[in-house]
Design a protein around this ligand. Sequence first.
Ligand code: NAP
Length: 302
Amino acid sequence: MLPFSRVAVIGLGLIGSSIARGVRQHMPSVRVTGYDADPAVRETAVRIDLCDDIADTAGTAVIDADLVVLCVPVGAMGAVAAEIAADLPADAILSDVGSCKESVIEAVRAALPDAVFVPAHPVAGTENSGPEAGFASLFHHRWCIITPPEGTEPLAIERVLEFWRRLGAEVETMEPAHHDRVLAVTSHLPHLIAYTIVGTASDLEEVTASEVIKYSAGGFRDFTRIAASDPTMWRDVFLANREAVLDMLQRFSEDLTALQRAIRWGKGDELFELFSRTRAVRRSIIDSGQDDARPDFGRSHD
Ligand code: NAP
């Protein structure tokens, strides 16, 4: 049996529009209502026939939903929760897709203390945003982490897990604080590093901008994909997951200093040992089906 029959998606960007498309593809009898604060996004959603209905307010979008998924930047979750407070049906399950969980749980709870809230984070995305960037297969074979606060009804958790399984995701449950530490190192820190490298290269005076672009295949271009990610989303993630990110950044800076020392003192063995370990990590990611095994991310070299 389907876990829900009327789903409201608030925020129709990359993730929200991918959920809408995924529901229509994998659960075609489920009614999907969408809402986005941006009128231009709502217009696009109507034009591309993203949902069964596009509402004019967040309240009308949720009024008869049995699942509401908040797909807005993490800094906007509290405000959206307050916007739907008067219209959220008492028996509806509220969920979200925010990239960090403790701060979102706190913000949503403050606005909706009695709602059945089952937070989730699909660990899937691209560097693109907006309603036209989404696609139904975005979550296929990707992990979706559910982080229910203590005391959440087991049946509500199971329904949200089943929803994500039906979208093609692998599912896992985790404590919110642990989630935030894991994602700080697997996602937030890599984004910070990419933003830094691309920023540094574009500020260099002795290397021209055209040289940076021309010779980017040396490695730089792979960082630019991550550094092209949505500025609002990532600003919010760093502010919301500050403690865990600063902690991981401290560890990273220490390791970077050790590497700097190894280079300065010509300790080739140390460098070789580290680079061999990191190569093995890449192999494990491919073996677990989380990336393409083809060289150079499968780019064509014709
Ligand atoms: P996105 O493409 O920028 O879409 C977010 C949409 O939400 C935008 O259309 C935005 O409108 C709208 N919005 C902002 N504030 C709103 C409000 N108060 N009420 C209604 N709509 C509002 O972003 P996304 O990549 O889908 O990210 C959405 C959420 O998914 C974030 O919490 C993010 O942390 C999480 N997430 C993202 C990824 C990823 O790789 N992108 C992966 C996993 C989870 P405006 O254009 O007017 O701002």
